[in-house]
Design a protein around this ligand. Structure first.
Ligand code: CP
Length: 321
């Protein structure tokens, strides 16, 4: 493990993917470039590549997921890996087995890669550290979302989507709207956007849903959504993370929608060719109006499709290809 950046080995190659924070620009760009040809695979007769043939990828999802878990599985299968989805509810975790004991047991089954989602921030890092300490660091760890800390593959697929539609990061104004305080996605997006050279990143949220340190992350904070959306190229919406809120931080979902819900009228303040993104799951009528979610500027479903290629790229690079 590289002590300054535990995700990279001493040659600067990706060893694990735990967070976008501190990931060099050239590594992010390499992941996006590697993903590009994988998007074409679906149009070919042979949709599988042998890049992970003989490898076992374990999906360890200790929190619910639709998009991330499924697209990791598709991505690993397209790379010819064997995929094992651990059902946490029926696993020995439910009998009190610790996370690291579970990891050791799966490592003993000759795992090559763990894709980990966990409600606790830092859980994938803890696993990577444990694998290094027990001399099992040939096993790769991918963070599929940990607490409110990071969701690196979501951040990367979002960057892929922006690059696909807007080409040049250095000319963009990007707004991230909603529950930034509890959002691992927002943190990964902000780190990726700033590393890729986006000159203006705006964070639009009520005062109760923005971290006090937001401005230190290099974003411009807006509490008035209409002000914040003026002239932006990209609108990235976020879900209210009710499961992570301690107590009531908002008067009501109706009030929230009135002030921070993306409607066609508010979207009209952005550039006419602005794209609308959402990591999912969406709450229609809470943070986004159906007319926008299903409208011509939304690229929400392409984000999901690009997620397969980006996850293929990450797994392929981790496997040393
Ligand atoms: N964007 C995202 O992480 O969605 P899931 O929770 O469905 O994986």
């Amino acid at each position: 493990m590289n002590t300054t950046n535990p995700q990279l080995n001493k040659h600067g190659e990706l060893q694990h993917l735990l967070t976008i924070e501190g990931l060099p620009r050239d590594v992010i760009t390499r992941i996006l470039d590697t993903a590009a040809p994988f998007t074409e695979l679906v149009h070919q007769e042979e949709k599988k590549l042998p890049l992970l043939r003989g490898k076992s990828v374990f999906n360890l999802f200790f929190e619910n997921s639709t998009r991330t878990r499924t697209t990791f599985e598709i991505a690993a299968k397209r790379l010819s890996a064997d995929v094992i989805n651990l059902n946490i509810n029926t696993s020995s975790t439910a009998k009190g087995e610790t996370l690291l004991d579970t990891v050791d047991n799966l490592a003993a089954m000759q795992a090559d890669m763990f894709v980990v989602r966990h409600a606790s921030s830092g859980a994938p890092f803890l696993i990577a550290q444990h694998l290094a300490a027990t001399k099992q660091d040939h096993i790769r760890v991918v963070n599929a979302g940990d607490g409110r800390h990071a969701h690196p593959t979501q951040g990367l697929l979002d960057m892929y989507t922006i690059r696909h539609y807007k080409k040049d990061f250095t000319k963009l104004t990007v707004a991230i709207v909603g529950d930034i305080l509890h959002s691992r996605v927002a943190r990964s997006q902000i780190h990726a956007l700033s590393t890729l050279g986006v000159p203006e990143i705006r964070a639009i949220a009520p005062k109760t849903l923005i971290p006090t340190a937001a401005e230190r992350m290099g974003v411009k904070v807006f509490h008035d959504m209409r002000e914040g959306l003026k002239g932006v190229d990209v609108v990235m919406m976020l879900r209210l993370q009710n499961e992570r809120m301690l107590g009531a931080l908002l008067p009501s979902p109706q009030e929230y929608f009135k002030n921070y819900g993306l409607t066609p009228e508010k979207l009209a303040l952005a550039k006419p060719d602005a794209i609308v993104m959402h990591p999912g799951p969406m709450n229609r009528g809470v943070e986004i109006d159906s007319a926008v979610a299903d409208g011509g500027q939304a690229v929400i479903l392409p984000q999901v499709t690009f997620g397969i290629a980006v996850r293929m790229a990450v797994m392929s690079m981790l496997a040393g290809n």
